[in-house]
Design a protein around this ligand. Structure first.
Ligand code: GLN
Length: 493
């Protein structure tokens, strides 16, 4: 079997046991990228030379008998939203072209200390605003299962790369679904941990009270293994939690018998596609046959989540993005008469349409006279939504829901209709408003061959439980093992 098809678990084991070298692994992943990415376009940049150098270093350490770390030799692919010292980070925005970070994100240091190898940066919606990756300033990423469809977003490049076997594992960020939804559109596993579980230091901010770093893999084990390294307290992020991260992977085999899974009735109403519903109902049956107990619960304020989210996220974005003024980062306009025009032209040229829309909406919601009516109201709704979850999670260990109302749709289908696009986030955004962990697990395909996933939403810091349920489900199903045609063709070519 080709190494680029292997799991992270196998790669780490094989490198440690010297069955393969880290260099062999990296070479195969780079080869897969060169065959597959011209079609999928998941990567914005691939660092071939740097990746090979890092691999040689792991091999040298191994040869000297030194410790290589729990991810020693594992290629990791990054969404282009993390700061790496001396490297460009663009957030798929023209305004950040030419921005080279002077420091490392905390997760970069952690991964590096544990022997991971960075291969490249993936495409995304500009500043993580979007649900399809079509808002990138640098072109469209394609869904590996059907190249005419979107991979989801905003971490669409990372999800597509993992699903298309041109990445083993990848990192993303999730503000309102940006890990779970593309994972579901592409048929891989994606987790958004509890707010505060992973340090956001060095993650370019979109909406700071909602943003959380998380990761993608082809199975739950791989996701659990990498999450352990990412998780933990960080002095550099005052919102990171001082709660020890358990060894998620080691606890995956514990039984799920007697665990209680809530089915929120508001998540199965109008607008949910019949095929998605059927796939999730089947998954619920499978979990029941593994001994889990399911009960219906209610999250009564669900219908207000989208309105509240888009006000809060845009308000925070309008504040966070004020720093891109043409002076401190990246792009500056070539000609300007005075300072004022330098600001307006730099921003006008640097930001894309969706980012401008959010800045305008957010500034409006925060302006005097509207603050109470919109922003403050949205914060109150957020509290009600959080309480809904607290009530429901008193009775159950986690919740099961759809990830998205439909499987991946066609490129161009919704991009000119922002409201319809926002509405498609209905099942993922409440989780961010409440700060809870969520995971998306492949559970079927529709009649057109597009992947479908279910979502598990856990207790605060209950990543271990939702990972365990996902893992148990993957022991009795094989949806996560299917390979998209584009990767199959590349492998046999
Ligand atoms: N689609 C949502 C938005 O555009 C969520 C994006 C995200 O999670 N980063 O805001």
């Amino acid at each position: 079997m080709r190494l680029s098809f292997s799991s992270a678990r196998d790669i780490v084991r094989m490198v440690r046991g010297k069955e393969v070298s880290a260099k062999d692994v990296v070479e195969e992943v780079l080869d897969a990228i060169s065959r597959i990415d011209p079609q999928v376009k998941a990567y914005l940049r691939v660092d071939e030379e740097g990746a090979l150098k890092q691999a040689e270093e792991v091999d040298r350490r191994l040869a000297r008998g030194e410790e290589i770390g729990s991810l020693g030799g594992l290629p990791v692919t990054l969404k282009d939203i993390f700061c790496v010292r001396g490297e460009e980070t663009t957030c798929a925005s023209k305004i950040l072209v030419g921005f080279y970070s002077p420091y490392n994100a905390t997760i970069i240091e952690k991964l590096r200390d544990n022997g991971a190898i960075f291969v490249g940066r993936t495409n995304m919606d500009e500043f993580a605003m979007g649900s399809t990756t079509e808002n990138s300033a640098f072109g469209v990423t394609r869904n590996p299962w059907d190249l005419e469809r979107v991979p989801g977003g905003s971490s669409g490049g990372s999800a597509a790369a993992v699903a298309a076997r041109e990445a083993i594992v990848a990192l993303g960020s999730d503000t309102g679904g940006s890990i779970r939804q593309p994972a579901s559109f592409c048929g891989c596993v994606g987790i958004k941990p509890t707010y505060g579980r992973v340090s956001r230091y060095g993650l370019v901010a979109y909406a700071s009270s909602l943003d959380q770093i998380g990761n993608f893999g082809r199975d739950v084990y791989d996701v659990a293994m990498v999450l352990r390294v990412l998780a933990g307290h960080d002095m550099k992020d005052s919102t990171s939690a001082d709660i020890e991260a358990p060894d998620y992977a080691a606890a995956l085999d514990e039984e799920i018998r007697e665990l209680k899974i809530g089915i929120p009735k508001e998540y199965f109403g109008e607008g949910l596609s019949a095929e998605v519903r059927a796939a999730i109902e089947k998954a619920i049956k499978a979990l029941e046959s593994l001994g889990a107990i399911t009960v219906e619960v209610s999250l009564p304020h669900t219908e207000y989540a989208i309105a509240a989210y888009y006000i809060i996220a845009s308000a925070e974005a309008s504040s966070n993005l004020a720093r891109y003024d043409g002076v401190q980062y990246g792009h500056r306009t070539k000609s300007h008469r005075d300072l004022e025009e330098m600001y307006t032209k730099s921003k006008g040229e640097g930001f894309g349409a969706e980012v401008k829309r959010r800045i305008i909406m957010g500034t409006y919601a925060l302006s005097s006279g509207y603050y109470d009516a919109y922003y403050l109201k949205a914060l109150k709704v957020r509290t009600l939504i959080k309480r809904d979850f607290e009530e429901a999670l008193k009775k159950v260990d986690c919740l099961i829901t759809p990830v998205s109302p439909t499987p991946a749709f066609k490129i161009g289908e919704k991009v000119n209709d922002p409201l319809t696009m926002y509405l498609s986030d209905i099942y993922t955004i409440s989780c961010n408003l409440a700060g809870l962990p969520g995971i998306s697990i492949p559970c079927g395909f529709d009649s057109e061959g597009m992947p479908i996933s279910f979502q598990l939403l856990g207790q605060p810091f209950g990543e271990g439980t939702i990972l365990r349920i996902g893992h148990a489900y993957q022991q009795v199903t094989d949806f996560h093992k299917r390979v998209p045609p584009v990767a199959d063709r590349a492998a046999s070519a």
